[in-house]
Design a protein around this ligand. Structure first.
Ligand SMILES: Nc1ncnc2c1ncn2[C@@H]1O[C@H](COP(=O)(O)OP(=O)(O)OP(=O)(O)O)[C@@H](O)[C@H]1O
Ligand SMILES: [Mg+2]
Length: 310
């Protein structure tokens, strides 16, 4: 048995073939820990929405199991679903309803007793309090998305799914939404977001799952993912430019940049050899003077492109 205390979500052996015969998910196994922000990162059509729709119980799998805090999401649907709030990719709001009524109604759907105090806190936290009496159709796209978040949180779930939370949201609002998501995490809510914005995963997630063509190709702590796959570069700014890499230095993985003014040394930071000091010794021996040294880490973007194209 899985450790149900530590896992908010446990997915085992999940497959999905749509009725037209297209296999959208293949043998997905995944655990999402309590209280973490988990980013499911993948290109368009990778299967992100399919996967979270199945976890949330709004689409059927072809085979496999999903547990939400240990409750099977089919045999124990009501309990499993009550733990979950979902903000879908497509915005669907009751255009003529006010923000307040719409959120109140969503809470009622889950059979929860009314709690004006909770809804007030929620709307204030999402910076929607001054819009509480506005009809949803009069709000901007970003505000509508926040109303969707409020609706998803109306029944006090402890897991929040955000399917592409940044689509149609400008940079400013995206940043404030990220902040709000972090604040939610601080209240103990586990968050699963899907995104094809690498920057979003890099900025937000504690762990990242990369999905491509229906397969989960990697699940890893963000920090260790960056460390493991991110080769580092040492940028050495030279006093005098070089026309080519001098022969004694050919054994190092070097390139010239900035018209020969910068030597770029790519190395694997996880290896504990002395390549850097060895290189610097060689520079000294060969009278190559430098004025500055800088390092550069591969971004998650480069890692992602490498993996998806592998
Ligand atoms: N109802 C359906 N019938 C047949 N195929 C479908 C259906 N829904 C989705 N698919 C296919 O399943 C694959 C995964 O779709 P899904 O919506 O899960 O991708 P996604 O990762 O969420 O993509 P996006 O980033 O564009 O939102 C796609 O190839 C899609 O065309
Ligand atoms: Mg999607």
């Amino acid at each position: 048995m899985e450790n149900i205390i530590n896992n908010a979500i446990c997915v085992r052996g999940l497959n999905k073939t749509y009725s037209n015969g297209f296999q959208a998910l293949e043998d997905i196994n995944l655990q999402v820990k309590c209280g973490e922000i988990f980013a499911l990162l993948g290109p368009n059509g990778a299967g992100k929405t399919t996967l979270i729709s199945i976890i949330c119980g709004i689409a059927n799998s072809s085979s496999g199991h999903v547990e939400v805090f240990g409750h099977d999401n089919i045999t124990d649907y009501r309990i499993a679903r009550s733990h979950i709030g979902l903000v879908p990719q497509e915005l669907t709001t009751d255009a003529f309803e006010t923000v307040w009524n719409s959120v109140k109604f969503s809470r009622g759907l889950f059979g929860k007793a009314p709690s004006p105090a909770y809804i007030e806190t929620l709307l204030k936290r999402l910076s929607l309090w001054d819009k509480k009496d506005s009809q949803i159709r009069t709000l901007s796209g970003g505000m509508k998305r926040r109303v969707m978040i409020a609706k998803a949180l109306s029944h006090e779930p402890d897991i929040l799914f955000l399917d592409e939370p940044s689509s149609g949201v400008d940079v400013e609002l995206r940043k404030s939404m990220w902040q709000q998501v972090r604040e939610l995490q601080e209240t103990g809510v586990s968050i699963i977001l899907t995104t094809h914005y690498i920057a979003e995963a890099e900025e937000m997630a504690n762990r990242i799952g990369i999905i491509n063509k229906g397969k989960l190709i990697l699940v890893e702590e963000k920090e260790s993912l960056m460390k493991k796959l991110g080769s580092k570069k040492l940028l050495i700014s030279l006093y005098r430019s070089l026309a080519e890499i001098p022969k004694p230095l050919l054994k190092f993985n070097l390139q010239l940049a900035d018209k020969g003014n910068v030597l770029v040394f790519s190395y694997d930071p996880s290896k504990e050899d002395n390549a850097i000091s060895d290189l610097l010794d060689h520079l000294k021996k060969n009278s190559i003077k430098y004025k500055d040294i800088d390092t550069q880490q591969n971004s998650l973007e480069e890692i992602f492109v490498q993996l998806v194209n592998a």
